[in-house]
Design a protein. Structure first.
Length: 205
């Protein structure tokens, strides 16, 4: 099973034998019990559903608890389905960080950091106007449409608005090390989301 749910613990660095520094993100990956198997005959698609994040039973609704108890799993906060994962898994199995090894290429998906309402310079990398000779166009977006024709602003114009807080998939990451006793995975580079965010790790073959 080349997929697992993880929690982002933060970033750190490792000193290699040749003196180089490697920046890594520390993930707490699994253990994730298998709570459902989707089949093409019954559900119309193939997928494996994993659970992550132990919690108290009072934090979940009765339908959620019933679904987990059907798979003999304790209360977990997050349920994620992974499609197109050709693995011989059964309901009740547990996926651990041992599914990955150092050197594996992975892609990680999660919600990016929300940055609130931002202007066009930060949101779309617009350039600012001149600051001299009485210019008032310092960080303004500039013209957004013609006057008489077409007398309106076209849909899709890049402007100010809400930035961040969307689903992002970071590809081309490499697993640097795996620590099974602590359920830790070290990944080279940055991972979407703030510290404590829940992310999905898939193989990027």
């Amino acid at each position: 099973m080349a997929a697992i749910i993880a929690r982002k613990l933060g970033m750190t660095q490792r000193f290699l034998d040749d003196g180089r520094i490697e920046r890594v993100t520390v993930l707490e990956a699994g253990p994730c019990p298998v709570t459902a198997i989707r089949t093409r005959e019954r559900d119309g698609y193939e997928a494996v559903q994993l659970a992550f994040g132990r919690c108290k039973e009072k934090s979940l609704s009765k339908p959620e608890l019933g679904h987990l108890k059907k798979a003999d799993a304790s209360a977990h906060r997050h349920l994620v389905e992974f499609r197109d994962e050709a693995a011989e898994l059964l309901v009740g199995d547990t996926v651990t960080v041992d599914s990955f090894t150092a050197g594996d290429r992975v892609k990680i998906s999660g919600l990016s950091k929300g940055k609130g309402f931002q202007g066009t310079i930060k949101r779309h990398n617009f350039k600012r106007g001149p600051k001299s000779h009485g210019s008032h166009n310092v960080r303004a977006p500039g013209s957004i449409g013609a006057s008489a024709t077409p007398s309106r602003v076209f849909p899709g114009l890049r402007g100010a608005g809400r930035m961040g807080g969307g689903r992002v998939t970071q590809r081309g990451l490499t697993v640097v090390d795996v620590v099974p006793p602590q359920n830790l995975m070290l990944v080279r580079g940055s991972v979407p989301g703030p510290t404590g965010a829940t992310v999905e790790v898939r193989s990027d073959a």
